[in-house]
Ligand binder design. Structure first.
Ligand SMILES: O=C(COP(=O)(O)O)[C@H](O)[C@H](O)COP(=O)(O)O
Length: 313
């Protein structure tokens, strides 16, 4: 499918491209985008046997999964939708699963908002990093419930997603300050709680999120400020329970800096997009089913992704 121009496959190629170039970004949005692309693609496939339909859908799922390596919402959404292939009405069930995923993902974000906002007290200053729908939901819900809050957003170099967060919060009338990433320790004395999103949670309760999250967690730990991550249950990484590790995406170095010709071969650049925050620095994972301690991650994976054991052991 990768190399042909078949109209039917355009939906998948297009979604893959938009995720890869970050036109669609953020773990939740990526999950919903792939669910929607698979639904749309399945509708374009007509008059073929179930076996062939299955093959095409698996191929589409594999292409989507290859768009970005770190956010587990991507393979989790693909696998959830494609579980409809193992039924007597694969197309019908693919469509139902895709719609169900999209609806439950949106509902989870607002439930996380309600639950997480209970942790925020009137008068508090919240620090957030990058641009997370789930973390923003917590902040907006606290604000909408009448709490007088302030938010500090990190710029989140190199792609400046923090600016998106700052604009979204300022549009709500929230007192918002944007700072450069290296100013977190300078400002941490004013912060009461840190809330960030998640690209993946491992079975031992570590957080994989935007590069810089782990530095912030360390600073929060040093100041005894709670550090929470907002993560829908589909952000838990099922295969970490059987020992798989998570690939940290390295993006194009041109995102960081373009050197003059003279230095191109003299200065190396690295651009890892995510980092890992060890569980000991995390005070809680705000999910749609409640705030769990990082030690509870195993149970979430076992509850929601138990089939991983059956398939692999
Ligand atoms: O790290 C990022 C986005 O990284 P990128 O911009 O590289 O995709 C976000 O914190 C998580 O994806 C959670 O976001 P959400 O809560 O919206 O799922």
């Amino acid at each position: 499918m990768k190399h042909n121009n078949n109209n039917n496959s355009n939906t998948i190629i297009d979604a893959h491209k938009k995720i890869k170039n970050m036109e669609i970004r953020g773990a939740g949005r990526i999950g919903r985008a792939v669910a929607s692309a698979l639904k749309e693609y399945s509708l374009t496939i007509q008059n073929i046997e179930n076996n062939e339909f299955k093959e095409k859908m698996i191929e589409a799922g594999d292409i989507l999964k290859s768009a970005r390596p770190t956010a587990v919402s991507l393979p989790n959404a693909v696998n959830y939708v494609l579980s409809g292939l193992n039924t007597n009405n694969p197309k019908e069930n693919i469509i139902l699963n895709a719609e169900e995923f999209i609806k439950s993902s949106s509902e989870a974000t607002s439930k996380i908002g309600k639950i997480g906002s209970n942790r925020i007290k009137d008068g508090w200053t919240i620090l957030t990093h990058c641009n997370s729908e789930a973390a923003i939901s917590v902040i907006k819900t606290a604000h909408n419930s009448g709490k007088n809050i302030k938010v500090i957003c990190t710029e989140t170099r190199p792609r400046n997603q923090g600016y998106l967060t700052a604009k979204a919060l300022a549009d709500e009338g929230i007192d918002t300050t944007l700072i450069v990433d290296s100013a977190v320790r300078y400002h941490i004395k004013d912060v009461d709680i840190v809330v960030v999103g998640a690209d993946a949670i491992t079975s031992n309760g570590c957080l994989v999120n935007k590069i810089g999250s782990s530095q912030i967690a360390l600073m929060a730990y040093e100041r005894k400020i709670p550090f929470l991550t907002a993560a829908e249950t589909y952000k838990f990484h099922p295969k970490t329970i059987i020992g798989e590790t998570i690939e940290i995406e390295e993006r194009a170095v041109g995102e960081i800096h373009e050197f003059e010709e003279k230095y191109k071969d003299k200065i190396k650049l690295r651009n890892p997009a995510f980092d890992i925050t060890p569980s000991q620095y995390i005070d809680g994972i705000i999910t749609e089913i409640g705030i769990i301690p990082p030690q509870g991650a195993w149970h979430i994976i076992e509850k929601y992704f138990g089939n991983v054991f059956k398939e692999t052991l």
